[in-house]
Design a protein around this ligand. Sequence first.
Ligand SMILES: Cc1cc2nc3c(=O)[nH]c(=O)nc-3n(C[C@H](O)[C@H](O)[C@H](O)COP(=O)(O)OP(=O)(O)OC[C@H]3O[C@@H](n4cnc5c(N)ncnc54)[C@H](O)[C@@H]3O)c2cc1C
Ligand SMILES: Cc1cc2nc3c(=O)[nH]c(=O)nc-3n(C[C@H](O)[C@H](O)[C@H](O)COP(=O)(O)O)c2cc1C
Length: 759
Amino acid sequence: MKRIVCMGGGPAGLYSAILFKKALPAASVEVFERNRAEDTFGWGVVFSDKTMGNFLEADAASHARVAEEFYHWDDIDVHFKGQTVRSSGHGFAGISRRKLLNILQKRAASLGVRQSFQVELDDAGQFDDADLVVIAEGANSKARASQADQFGPSVEVRKCRYIWLGTTQKFSAFTFAFEKTEFGWFQIHAYQFSQDLSTVIVETREETWAAHGLDRAGIDESIAFCEKLFAAYLGQSPLLSNARHLRGSPWLNFHRVACRRWHDGNRVLIGDAAHTAHFSIGSGTKLAMEDAISLVRHVSHSADVGSGLRSYQAERGTEALKLQNAARNRMEWFENVARYENMEPLQFAYSLLSGSQRIGHANLKLRDPPFIDRIETNLARGNGVAKPRPPMFLPFQLRDMHLVNRVVVSPMAQYRALDGVPGDWHLVHYGARATGGAGLVFTEMTCTSADARISPGCTGLWNETQRAAWQRIVEFVHAESPARFCLQIGHAGRKGSTQLGWQEADHPLTAGNWPVWAPSPLPYLPGISQVPQAMTPAQMEAVKNDFVRAATLGAAAGFDMLELHMAHGYLLASFLSPLTNVRTDEYGGSVENRLRYPLQVLRAVRAAWPATKPLSVRLSACDWTDDGISESDVIAIARAMAAAGADILDISSGQTVAEQRPIYGRMWQTPLADMVRNLAGVPTIAVGNIFEADHVNSIIAAGRADLCALARPHLAHSSWTLAAAAAQGFTEQWWPEPYRSAKGQLERAAERAAATGAL
Ligand SMILES: Cc1cc2nc3c(=O)[nH]c(=O)nc-3n(C[C@H](O)[C@H](O)[C@H](O)COP(=O)(O)OP(=O)(O)OC[C@H]3O[C@@H](n4cnc5c(N)ncnc54)[C@H](O)[C@@H]3O)c2cc1C
Ligand SMILES: Cc1cc2nc3c(=O)[nH]c(=O)nc-3n(C[C@H](O)[C@H](O)[C@H](O)COP(=O)(O)O)c2cc1C
């Protein structure tokens, strides 16, 4: 390679120039930057100790200079409702952005990188003769915009406004402070990054910002407002701006940038030009510089630029997505502070610290054991247990049903029934999971009539034979375990009469199809699925009565709890979503109308189901497409369900329409359960890629849900909870008597592993 051009002299552009020059000393490496070398907007930048390790390996010279300038801190303070909660062991360091850029500029110059300042670039076209053009222009990159077809950028403008300020106040810890005004919450994210300066970012919801007239405020008025609101944390120190020259409001919206493709020909996106991560996880500069490390490694070790760029994106795309997911969770936490305002400060702080879903209970315990002791002691007290324990082992009460812990075996269709009758497979399957330690075990979706089934293999509950077969399993569960058993009932609607899960799922049967019904005549897979009949009021009445019959048979079989399946695009779910319900009568249109039939079913079932036993409703709280069910719909639905007798809501998502575009990740649906629990004030079950004990502990301790359901992990490990108890040293865990000898062995193995640091 002869010529490499970096468009933009921020951390990404400068660091890639340095590393390219080191890897390919004979190449000409140039950086073009619109600002002067000494200009910089913004204040501090934070790096974790781990990130610094990566920089040391990539370039020891700049690492040494950066390390000299660092201001270190270990603690995080959360100020909320007049109290301060401190947690320790976080190991971060701050540096001024200006210093960081100056160090990188000097290092680049010493290696022979050519730097041109005060050059405004328009697109990458002028560098066609270069072998590689690194587009490092930051979040608002013009070069990326001019090639939108190739890079496929999406830019999401978020709900908060923030202003990035400095102050001479010295903060002894990373500081989050929350203040409520008559129009809503404001928060500061503040940290010291040098001997005499700190960064203060003030953030609030767009509507709160506008209600205070800050949309018309210039920099001085904005600073005066923030100084007054946060005076308690600033001492007498003023807030400072270094962005007075910028036009427009000093209050910005965060832009969440993601790109489908990061390279085209010899042009490559890097840093904020490719992806942004909300400042609350403090990882933007880290990501930008680690992109540079990866880019240079892949390009300089590949036979050709194209394959180097492909492997760069393959590596960094995954990392960026992980961090963007974590940042999205944290960003949404800060956008929705009002949800958590009823928490006491300790749990509020825990919820904040674990809000990215990247740092969990075990990690916080490692960082600050006394902090986690306080959390566990508080939780134990609140749940009537004498000794602190891992949060997943806290008991839970719903009506007269007592659960010994917070772990749930999520409903999973087995497709093994004959004529809806559960057989030996089901006895073994549910029996093993009940004796496996989970507090609550769900049946699969059990259908209310033969034509309500998804497939011919689904279980049902519309006759006495099925009742008796279920009763055999219920009696086993009750005789052999402390687990409670929940019957999930549902009607497949337009997704009925389809093949078994491991065949062509959602596709019609190859023979013997039965007619399907739905609120509206819209097929699930156009051109493939049956077109459902729009239900008449008489059919709706009949289906409602089928639900009541199933509930009555379920009570007779001895189930402890009942769940109505109103998720995943099945019949009742398809009344709730505007994508599948386009009726023009009183059952379609507004959310009140779409709720009407599901609520009629719920009320009728609640009346038939014993008052001492709890009832759950499973919801898809997001359709993962435009124009699907909205957040306000979900809250209205949750409140209406609770008022009609639902004791808990099992919060899933999607599967409403085939063209959904879900964003997967660990615990990916938990933010929805959190929203419903803390906004609508209804207990929830979280589900979806919760696969470690640490996930369950974190969700429960943070008050994001009341129970955690695990589906696939329980397929592989029926005794998931027994193993999790042993691994965490929770010796009070119940075990089936015939298996007791394994308990001690597992506990000792876990103790040994902990002692040798293997855990
Ligand atoms: C409020 C806030 C707080 C943050 N806090 C942190 C933090 O604590 N820790 C952290 O790691 N990150 C933080 N970030 C993120 C961080 O600022 C960015 O993620 C990081 O700077 C990205 O580096 P970059 O080089 O990709 O882009 P940038 O730093 O934006 O650099 C791009 C450069 O390109 C130049 N440029 C752009 N267009 C042109 C053009 N057309 N012609 C010439 N030059 C051009 C720009 O002037 C700029 O110098 C924060 C961001 C914000 C908004
Ligand atoms: C094999 C299988 C069958 C499922 N059947 C049902 C079902 O009958 N009813 C239901 O509500 N969800 C069903 N689900 C969804 C799960 O309950 C759960 O919501 C989903 O798998 C996400 O959890 P996980 O990431 O822990 O697997 C099924 C999932 C799997 C893997």
